[in-house]
Design a protein around this ligand. Structure first.
Ligand code: FES
Length: 146
């Protein structure tokens, strides 16, 4: 049976092979979420990126899919998180080998990605504004018969 070691909690847990990391944490009274994220999360559906854990030294870390990487960075247009090399979503992690983790890894802003997202959002907002203006003008012209 694989052994899960929780560094911050100074705890080791034997788990059944293939068990979901988030489920194991919750079953043992350890929330993978911090602060407001305890209430605002996707309940293990891999959509919010709030159940982050860091796998110590990346040992036995499962591979990171592009979708998981996107969720770890977050989807907000005005804030993107840096994705640490050994950070994983606990809800998408199956424990197949011994794993040593740190809960609540520090979160840093990815300034470059945030800048790119803000630029794209500004461009799309500008196009949206122009589109709405044109459509509104056309509707006014149709309604007034001019
Ligand atoms: S709980 Fe939302 S991504 Fe894991």
């Amino acid at each position: 049976m694989p052994v899960l070691t929780l560094v911050n909690e100074d705890k080791t847990i034997e788990v059944a092979e293939g068990e979901n990391l988030r489920q194991v944490l919750l079953k043992n009274g350890i929330s993978p979420y911090k602060g407001i994220e305890k209430a605002l999360n996707c309940f293990g559906n891999g959509l919010c990126g709030t159940c982050r854990v860091e796998i110590v030294d990346g040992k036995n870390a499962p591979s990171l899919s592009p979708q998981d990487e996107l969720m770890l960075a977050g989807l907000l247009p005005f804030y993107a998180r840096k994705v640490g090399k050994h950070v994983r979503l606990s809800c998408k992690t199956k424990i197949t080998k011994d794993l040593e983790i740190k809960t609540y890894p520090p979160v840093e802003m990815d300034k470059q990605l945030t800048k790119e997202r803000l630029t794209l959002t500004a461009i799309w907002s500008l196009f949206g504004g122009v589109f709405l203006f044109v459509v509104t003008r056309m509707l006014i012209e149709i309604a007034t018969g001019r």
